[in-house]
Ligand binder design. Sequence first.
Ligand code: NYM
Length: 212
Amino acid sequence: NNHKSDSRGALIVLEGLDRSGKTSQSSRLLSYLEGLSHSVESWRFPDRNTGVGQMISSYLANESQLDDHTIHLLFSANRWEKRSLMESKLRSGTTLIVDRYSFSGVAFSSAKGLDIEWCKAPEIGLLAPDLVLYLDIPPEKAAERGGYGGERYEQLEFQRKVAHSYQILRDASWKTVDAGLPLDDVEKQLREMVLDCVTTCQKGKVLSKLWS
Ligand code: NYM
């Protein structure tokens, strides 16, 4: 028996406010796991390359206006359209490092005042991450980091609300890292958590669904 080909990849999600360093850390984790000869890909949501993703992208750039519920469902649809590919990658042994997932969907939309249970509903049945890494940074500190890019949501007052929503959403299974530390220190902590998770999944941890 070839145990390696039987073992599945891990679904690892990075969450946090805008400018918390998720994107830099995803690419560092990708290189790290590649260096250890793991099969790994880095993904992100929104995936702006699909038709739905282009609608989201133009909304974020303030080039189109959409009702809050409508854009929420588009973000969710954007995850649903990638669900089967995600599952086949994981089952064939590829680990996915995902920059934002359903938690962003719920945190950002509920920060606008939408009911949190309503926000969670369309995410039910998507694959549950094996690990959620929360890059924790005070909204004020994130805002200082080279300024925001000017997309919708990239404002201090709104990010404070998003931080609050994340507090409500996170549970004991999330791993929180102080994202105000130097990048190398953050990476060091993340490496250990990620490797641990990859090993657990290789040993046969069951792939489950949201919200569980
Ligand atoms: N965002 C992201 C949402 O509002 N809902 C979602 O479901 C997801 C995945 O999109 N400010 C928001 C968070 C970000 C913005 O993400 C674009 P990024 O990581 O900057 O490309």
